[in-house]
Design a protein around this ligand. Structure first.
Ligand code: A3P
Length: 286
Protein backbone atom coordinates (compact mmCIF):
# COMPACT_ATOMS: atom_id res chain seq x y z
CA UNK A 1 0.00 0.00 0.00
CA UNK A 2 1.06 3.51 -0.65
CA UNK A 3 2.34 5.41 2.29
CA UNK A 4 -0.21 8.18 1.84
CA UNK A 5 -2.54 10.49 3.75
CA UNK A 6 -5.27 12.98 2.89
CA UNK A 7 -5.12 16.75 3.25
CA UNK A 8 -8.43 18.51 2.56
CA UNK A 9 -9.60 15.48 0.59
CA UNK A 10 -6.51 15.22 -1.63
CA UNK A 11 -4.05 12.34 -1.44
CA UNK A 12 -0.37 13.03 -0.63
CA UNK A 13 2.71 10.86 -0.03
CA UNK A 14 4.02 10.80 3.55
CA UNK A 15 7.60 10.64 2.31
CA UNK A 16 7.28 14.01 0.63
CA UNK A 17 4.56 15.94 2.49
CA UNK A 18 3.13 16.37 5.93
CA UNK A 19 0.04 18.06 7.30
CA UNK A 20 2.38 20.82 8.48
CA UNK A 21 4.18 21.30 5.15
CA UNK A 22 0.85 21.54 3.34
CA UNK A 23 -0.62 23.93 5.89
CA UNK A 24 2.52 26.02 5.56
CA UNK A 25 2.26 26.01 1.75
CA UNK A 26 -1.39 26.96 1.85
CA UNK A 27 -1.47 29.48 4.68
CA UNK A 28 1.96 30.59 5.84
CA UNK A 29 4.35 30.64 2.92
CA UNK A 30 5.84 34.07 2.13
CA UNK A 31 5.34 34.95 -1.51
CA UNK A 32 7.44 37.66 -3.18
CA UNK A 33 6.05 39.74 -6.02
CA UNK A 34 8.75 38.50 -8.38
CA UNK A 35 8.18 34.80 -7.62
CA UNK A 36 7.44 32.52 -10.55
CA UNK A 37 5.51 29.33 -9.82
CA UNK A 38 5.86 26.37 -12.15
CA UNK A 39 2.61 24.50 -11.52
CA UNK A 40 1.57 21.17 -13.01
CA UNK A 41 -0.31 17.99 -12.42
CA UNK A 42 2.49 15.38 -12.07
CA UNK A 43 4.00 14.13 -15.35
CA UNK A 44 2.79 17.04 -17.41
CA UNK A 45 6.21 18.54 -18.08
CA UNK A 46 7.27 19.92 -14.68
CA UNK A 47 10.98 19.18 -15.10
CA UNK A 48 10.99 20.41 -18.66
CA UNK A 49 9.59 23.73 -17.48
CA UNK A 50 12.10 23.90 -14.59
CA UNK A 51 14.90 23.54 -17.13
CA UNK A 52 13.42 26.15 -19.47
CA UNK A 53 12.63 28.72 -16.77
CA UNK A 54 16.03 28.51 -15.12
CA UNK A 55 17.82 28.77 -18.45
CA UNK A 56 15.72 31.84 -19.24
CA UNK A 57 16.49 33.30 -15.82
CA UNK A 58 20.24 32.97 -16.45
CA UNK A 59 19.94 34.05 -20.12
CA UNK A 60 21.05 30.70 -21.50
CA UNK A 61 23.98 30.27 -19.09
CA UNK A 62 24.10 26.54 -18.35
CA UNK A 63 26.26 26.70 -15.19
CA UNK A 64 23.35 26.06 -12.84
CA UNK A 65 21.91 23.30 -15.06
CA UNK A 66 25.27 21.55 -14.94
CA UNK A 67 25.88 21.94 -11.22
CA UNK A 68 22.60 21.75 -9.33
CA UNK A 69 20.12 18.86 -9.48
CA UNK A 70 16.97 19.96 -11.24
CA UNK A 71 14.74 19.32 -8.19
CA UNK A 72 16.88 21.79 -6.20
CA UNK A 73 16.87 24.49 -8.86
CA UNK A 74 13.11 24.87 -8.43
CA UNK A 75 11.98 22.94 -5.36
CA UNK A 76 8.36 21.94 -4.83
CA UNK A 77 7.42 24.56 -2.27
CA UNK A 78 4.85 22.29 -0.56
CA UNK A 79 7.37 19.51 0.17
CA UNK A 80 8.76 18.87 3.65
CA UNK A 81 12.35 18.96 2.42
CA UNK A 82 12.22 22.17 0.42
CA UNK A 83 12.64 24.87 3.09
CA UNK A 84 16.45 25.02 3.04
CA UNK A 85 16.55 24.59 -0.72
CA UNK A 86 14.23 27.57 -1.18
CA UNK A 87 16.24 29.75 1.18
CA UNK A 88 19.28 29.66 -1.09
CA UNK A 89 17.46 30.49 -4.33
CA UNK A 90 18.41 33.72 -6.09
CA UNK A 91 15.52 36.04 -6.86
CA UNK A 92 13.36 35.87 -8.86
CA UNK A 93 12.69 32.47 -7.33
CA UNK A 94 11.34 29.78 -9.60
CA UNK A 95 9.28 27.42 -7.46
CA UNK A 96 7.52 24.25 -8.51
CA UNK A 97 4.22 22.95 -7.26
CA UNK A 98 1.78 20.12 -7.89
CA UNK A 99 -0.83 21.57 -5.55
CA UNK A 100 -4.42 21.77 -6.70
CA UNK A 101 -5.80 25.30 -7.01
CA UNK A 102 -7.96 25.14 -3.87
CA UNK A 103 -5.04 24.49 -1.53
CA UNK A 104 -2.46 26.70 -3.23
CA UNK A 105 -0.79 29.54 -1.30
CA UNK A 106 -3.39 32.08 -0.18
CA UNK A 107 -0.66 34.75 -0.12
CA UNK A 108 0.00 34.19 -3.80
CA UNK A 109 -3.43 35.55 -4.67
CA UNK A 110 -2.61 38.78 -2.81
CA UNK A 111 0.71 39.17 -4.62
CA UNK A 112 1.94 40.08 -8.10
CA UNK A 113 3.72 36.74 -8.47
CA UNK A 114 3.14 34.67 -11.60
CA UNK A 115 2.10 31.12 -12.41
CA UNK A 116 3.03 29.08 -15.46
CA UNK A 117 0.66 26.14 -15.62
CA UNK A 118 1.67 23.32 -17.98
CA UNK A 119 -0.91 20.78 -19.09
CA UNK A 120 -0.58 17.55 -21.06
CA UNK A 121 -2.91 15.09 -22.77
CA UNK A 122 -4.23 13.21 -19.71
CA UNK A 123 -3.85 9.83 -21.41
CA UNK A 124 -0.11 10.47 -21.71
CA UNK A 125 -0.06 11.88 -18.16
CA UNK A 126 -1.62 8.62 -16.98
CA UNK A 127 0.91 6.47 -18.85
CA UNK A 128 3.85 8.52 -17.61
CA UNK A 129 2.59 8.29 -14.01
CA UNK A 130 1.97 4.58 -14.38
CA UNK A 131 5.63 4.02 -15.27
CA UNK A 132 6.92 6.50 -12.71
CA UNK A 133 4.98 4.77 -9.93
CA UNK A 134 6.99 1.65 -10.57
CA UNK A 135 10.31 3.34 -9.92
CA UNK A 136 9.40 5.41 -6.85
CA UNK A 137 9.98 3.24 -3.79
CA UNK A 138 7.22 4.79 -1.67
CA UNK A 139 4.50 4.79 -4.33
CA UNK A 140 2.02 1.99 -4.73
CA UNK A 141 3.29 -0.32 -7.46
CA UNK A 142 0.35 -0.46 -9.92
CA UNK A 143 -1.07 -3.99 -9.93
CA UNK A 144 -2.05 -3.65 -13.56
CA UNK A 145 -2.57 -0.93 -16.13
CA UNK A 146 -6.35 -1.43 -15.83
CA UNK A 147 -6.26 -0.92 -12.05
CA UNK A 148 -4.13 2.19 -12.42
CA UNK A 149 -6.48 3.53 -15.08
CA UNK A 150 -9.44 3.10 -12.73
CA UNK A 151 -7.61 4.82 -9.85
CA UNK A 152 -6.59 7.69 -12.12
CA UNK A 153 -10.11 8.20 -13.43
CA UNK A 154 -11.48 8.22 -9.88
CA UNK A 155 -8.80 10.62 -8.66
CA UNK A 156 -7.61 7.94 -6.28
CA UNK A 157 -3.96 8.89 -6.85
CA UNK A 158 -1.35 11.18 -5.31
CA UNK A 159 -2.33 14.85 -5.86
CA UNK A 160 -5.91 13.81 -6.63
CA UNK A 161 -7.93 13.99 -9.81
CA UNK A 162 -6.34 15.30 -13.02
CA UNK A 163 -9.76 16.66 -14.01
CA UNK A 164 -10.16 18.66 -10.80
CA UNK A 165 -6.57 19.93 -10.99
CA UNK A 166 -6.86 21.25 -14.53
CA UNK A 167 -10.38 22.63 -14.09
CA UNK A 168 -9.37 24.27 -10.81
CA UNK A 169 -6.40 26.12 -12.27
CA UNK A 170 -8.18 27.03 -15.50
CA UNK A 171 -10.48 29.25 -13.46
CA UNK A 172 -7.59 31.72 -13.68
CA UNK A 173 -7.28 31.54 -17.47
CA UNK A 174 -8.20 35.20 -18.00
CA UNK A 175 -5.90 36.54 -15.28
CA UNK A 176 -2.76 38.12 -16.73
CA UNK A 177 -0.52 36.74 -13.98
CA UNK A 178 -1.16 33.28 -15.39
CA UNK A 179 0.32 31.60 -18.44
CA UNK A 180 -1.20 28.35 -19.66
CA UNK A 181 0.76 26.11 -22.00
CA UNK A 182 0.75 22.45 -22.98
CA UNK A 183 3.45 19.83 -23.19
CA UNK A 184 2.35 19.27 -26.78
CA UNK A 185 3.01 22.92 -27.69
CA UNK A 186 6.48 22.65 -26.20
CA UNK A 187 7.07 19.54 -28.30
CA UNK A 188 5.71 21.08 -31.46
CA UNK A 189 7.53 24.38 -31.22
CA UNK A 190 10.04 24.63 -28.38
CA UNK A 191 11.66 27.84 -29.60
CA UNK A 192 8.34 29.59 -30.18
CA UNK A 193 7.19 28.48 -26.74
CA UNK A 194 10.37 29.81 -25.11
CA UNK A 195 9.84 33.16 -26.84
CA UNK A 196 6.24 33.30 -25.56
CA UNK A 197 7.34 32.42 -22.02
CA UNK A 198 10.03 35.15 -22.12
CA UNK A 199 7.39 37.64 -23.21
CA UNK A 200 5.07 36.63 -20.40
CA UNK A 201 7.90 37.00 -17.88
CA UNK A 202 9.02 40.32 -19.32
CA UNK A 203 12.50 38.83 -19.93
CA UNK A 204 14.16 40.05 -23.09
CA UNK A 205 16.71 37.57 -24.40
CA UNK A 206 19.03 37.88 -27.39
CA UNK A 207 18.50 35.31 -30.16
CA UNK A 208 21.72 33.51 -29.16
CA UNK A 209 20.51 33.18 -25.57
CA UNK A 210 17.19 31.77 -26.77
CA UNK A 211 19.09 29.27 -28.90
CA UNK A 212 20.98 28.14 -25.78
CA UNK A 213 17.76 27.76 -23.78
CA UNK A 214 16.33 25.58 -26.55
CA UNK A 215 19.49 23.54 -27.03
CA UNK A 216 19.78 22.66 -23.36
CA UNK A 217 16.12 21.92 -22.75
CA UNK A 218 15.65 19.29 -25.44
CA UNK A 219 14.80 15.79 -24.26
CA UNK A 220 18.20 14.52 -25.39
CA UNK A 221 20.16 17.22 -23.53
CA UNK A 222 18.16 16.75 -20.35
CA UNK A 223 18.34 12.96 -20.47
CA UNK A 224 22.12 13.12 -20.85
CA UNK A 225 22.60 15.73 -18.11
CA UNK A 226 22.97 13.94 -14.77
CA UNK A 227 21.83 17.12 -13.02
CA UNK A 228 18.58 17.01 -14.98
CA UNK A 229 17.80 13.31 -15.31
CA UNK A 230 17.33 12.58 -11.58
CA UNK A 231 20.10 9.96 -11.45
CA UNK A 232 21.47 11.93 -8.47
CA UNK A 233 18.52 10.65 -6.41
CA UNK A 234 19.54 7.64 -4.26
CA UNK A 235 18.37 4.23 -5.46
CA UNK A 236 16.46 3.70 -2.20
CA UNK A 237 14.08 6.42 -3.40
CA UNK A 238 14.19 5.97 -7.19
CA UNK A 239 15.01 2.51 -8.50
CA UNK A 240 17.00 3.52 -11.57
CA UNK A 241 17.20 -0.10 -12.71
CA UNK A 242 13.41 -0.05 -13.29
CA UNK A 243 13.29 3.04 -15.48
CA UNK A 244 13.94 6.75 -15.78
CA UNK A 245 11.90 9.88 -15.18
CA UNK A 246 13.21 10.91 -18.62
CA UNK A 247 11.36 7.99 -20.17
CA UNK A 248 10.25 8.68 -23.76
CA UNK A 249 9.47 12.37 -24.02
CA UNK A 250 6.88 12.01 -26.77
CA UNK A 251 3.21 12.70 -27.29
CA UNK A 252 0.75 9.86 -27.94
CA UNK A 253 2.51 7.00 -26.14
CA UNK A 254 -0.92 6.24 -24.64
CA UNK A 255 -1.75 4.48 -27.92
CA UNK A 256 0.81 1.81 -27.02
CA UNK A 257 -0.87 1.20 -23.66
CA UNK A 258 -4.65 1.65 -23.91
CA UNK A 259 -6.95 -0.96 -25.38
CA UNK A 260 -9.85 0.33 -27.48
CA UNK A 261 -12.22 -0.31 -24.55
CA UNK A 262 -9.96 1.53 -22.10
CA UNK A 263 -9.69 4.48 -24.47
CA UNK A 264 -13.48 4.62 -24.83
CA UNK A 265 -13.98 4.45 -21.09
CA UNK A 266 -11.48 7.27 -20.65
CA UNK A 267 -13.10 9.38 -23.38
CA UNK A 268 -16.56 8.99 -21.87
CA UNK A 269 -15.41 10.12 -18.46
CA UNK A 270 -13.35 12.92 -19.99
CA UNK A 271 -16.38 14.22 -21.92
CA UNK A 272 -18.55 14.13 -18.85
CA UNK A 273 -16.05 15.81 -16.53
CA UNK A 274 -14.90 18.48 -18.98
CA UNK A 275 -18.20 19.28 -20.68
CA UNK A 276 -18.82 22.60 -18.95
CA UNK A 277 -15.34 23.92 -19.53
CA UNK A 278 -14.96 26.73 -22.04
CA UNK A 279 -11.44 25.82 -23.14
CA UNK A 280 -10.08 24.10 -26.21
CA UNK A 281 -7.15 21.85 -25.39
CA UNK A 282 -4.35 21.28 -27.86
CA UNK A 283 -4.91 17.52 -27.87
CA UNK A 284 -8.62 17.91 -28.64
CA UNK A 285 -7.91 19.56 -31.98
CA UNK A 286 -6.36 16.46 -33.45
P1 A3P B 1 7.24 10.33 -20.35
O1 A3P B 1 7.15 9.47 -19.15
O2 A3P B 1 6.00 10.29 -21.21
O3 A3P B 1 8.49 10.12 -21.15
P2 A3P B 1 7.31 15.66 -15.05
O4 A3P B 1 8.53 16.46 -15.28
O5 A3P B 1 6.07 16.49 -14.89
O6 A3P B 1 7.51 14.67 -13.97
O7 A3P B 1 7.02 14.86 -16.40
C1 A3P B 1 7.86 13.83 -16.84
C2 A3P B 1 7.55 13.59 -18.29
O8 A3P B 1 8.08 14.67 -19.08
C3 A3P B 1 8.21 12.32 -18.84
O9 A3P B 1 7.32 11.86 -19.85
C4 A3P B 1 9.50 12.87 -19.41
O10 A3P B 1 10.11 12.03 -20.35
C5 A3P B 1 8.97 14.16 -20.05
N1 A3P B 1 10.03 15.15 -20.30
C6 A3P B 1 10.90 15.68 -19.43
N2 A3P B 1 11.73 16.53 -20.05
C7 A3P B 1 11.37 16.54 -21.36
C8 A3P B 1 11.86 17.23 -22.52
N3 A3P B 1 12.89 18.05 -22.47
N4 A3P B 1 11.23 16.98 -23.69
C9 A3P B 1 10.18 16.15 -23.77
N5 A3P B 1 9.68 15.47 -22.71
C10 A3P B 1 10.27 15.68 -21.51
Amino acid sequence: MADHFFYKGVQFAKHVHSEESLDNAENKFTVFDDDIFNVTYPKSGTNWMIEILNLIKYKGDISLSNQVPIYMRSPWYEAVSSKEQIEVLEHPRILSSHLPYQIFSKAFFESKAKVIYTMRNPKDVLVSNYHFNKIVSFYKDPESFQMYLEDFLQGNVIYGSWFDHVKGWLQMKDDNRFFFITYEELLQDLRGSVVRICKFLGQELEDEAIDLVVEHSTFKSMKENKMSNWTTVPTEILDHSKGSIMRKGVSGDWKNHFTVAQSELFDNIYQEKMKDLDFKFFWEEK
